[in-house]
Design a protein around this ligand. Structure first.
Ligand code: GLA
Length: 385
């Protein structure tokens, strides 16, 4: 059964017909990693893998939650504290808390059944989809007038309450996605445009390492911290610099000894990645896919060696991809320390590349990675059933 149908069936069995069904997609990111919280550019897109939520009102000041994927239930009392419980429902608590900070509170209880087909730990932003879809549902049901951008900020704030100091990319993409299009988002002023993803004989293939290393959240926050500290240092000498986007490699060299070695590497990566996003998006629009692919391999090298957010499993998948005919580019995608690589592969070569790559990965790591094919889809929306 299709996952959406499954969620609906569970809801109907317990509560009858839902008042509202919402779909909230995961995302990919073509290029521009760890640039969002540095006020740079990113190129994400919403995908066909998504979270689905069924909602109906109830008579008590309680939100009853049921997670279909892992068959768990929880309740949140709207008049009680929204303190985190170190459990899966923390995302819902954090969203309610973030809304409360804006003076918004559900005026009635709800039954919510949710679940989806975004591989968890795959770096496809299932948590951003979770937060975005829940907020969108509340906004619709209670007639608040949050814009999609407001909702993205609430979702981001929820992640910060949980403890990951993420940028805006994931929730922005989930909320603003457009079918067959990539978003080019300027994370400084949040202006954005869409461009069609036209890969001709090539296709995007995600390959899931099926690992998620436990240091992911703390290392993510450390990287952000390195960048912010380095920026503050630089601003002492160059007061006009507002973000890392305002600097170039020459300026970085000038002040090199003011940074710790780690800070220097992180900033260098960010500066180069910014340039790569520009090169890759220009190449994409000129249908120059080999250049896009080269940018991806370079991005991976930078993420692995300078930003140090890769892991042996991701490095192996990219190194293997590099040796395969028909692969134009490959890189780790998302925050890092596990999850997926993103590959641009010639459609005629995909089957053989995946087979050879999986076999080699299995020999080294002990299990087969999982290929994931994605279509680019619309952002969060109400769905008809
Ligand atoms: C995670 C974060 C995003 C972004 C990426 C790296 O997905 O949630 O905000 O920083 O990592 O590009």
């Amino acid at each position: 059964m299709q996952i959406k149908q499954e969620i609906l069936a569970v809801f109907k069995q317990q509560y009858g017909t839902p008042a509202l069904v919402v779909r909230a997609p995961g995302r990919i990111n073509l290029i521009g990693e760890h640039t969002d919280y540095n006020h740079g550019f990113v190129t994400p897109a919403a995908i066909d893998k998504a979270m689905y939520f069924c909602f109906s009102a109830n008579e008590e000041p309680i939100i009853n939650l049921r997670a279909v994927n892992f068959d768990r239930r929880a309740s949140i009392f709207l008049d009680d504290s929204l303190a985190l419980r170190q459990s899966w429902e923390d995302y819902f608590l954090a969203v309610l808390d973030a809304l409360r900070e804006r003076g918004l509170k559900p005026t009635g209880g709800l039954n919510v059944v949710f679940g989806g087909d975004i591989p968890s730990g795959g770096g496809l932003s299932s948590s951003a989809a979770l937060c975005s879809g829940f907020i969108f549902g509340l906004n619709t049901l209670f007639g608040w007038s949050l814009t999609r951008l407001d909702m993205a900020f609430v979702a981001q704030r929820a992640e910060h309450i949980i403890g990951t100091m993420c940028g805006i990319m994931d929730m922005f993409a989930s909320l603003h996605g457009r079918a067959n299009h990539v978003i080019c988002l300027d994370c400084r002023d949040l202006s954005y445009s869409y461009f069609p993803l036209n890969l001709g004989d090539y296709e995007l293939v995600l390959i899931n390492t099926k690992v998620k290393h436990s240091l992911a959240e703390s290392a993510y926050n450390d990287r952000r911290n390195d960048c912010e500290t380095a920026l503050a240092t630089l601003q002492k000498y160059q007061p006009n610099v507002q973000t890392l986007r305002d600097i170039n490699e020459k300026m970085l060299e000038t002040y090199q000894e003011k940074f710790t070695q780690n800070q220097y590497k992180r900033v260098r990566f960010v500066v180069q990645e910014e340039q790569r996003v520009r090169n890759a998006t220009a190449a994409l629009q000129a249908h120059d896919l080999p250049t896009v692919g080269r940018c991806m391999f370079e991005a991976h090298a930078g993420l692995s060696q300078m930003y140090e957010v890769s892991c042996p499993e991701l490095d192996l998948l990219v190194a293997l991809a590099k040796t395969k005919k028909g692969v134009l580019g490959a890189r780790m995608m998302g925050g890092g320390f596990g999850g997926c690589t993103l590959n641009i592969v010639h459609k005629r070569a995909t089957a053989i590349v995946l087979e050879e790559l999986s076999a080699a990965y299995e020999r080294e790591i002990g299990w087969r990675p999982e290929p994931i094919f994605v279509r680019l889809e619309e952002g969060v929306a109400v769905v008809n059933c």
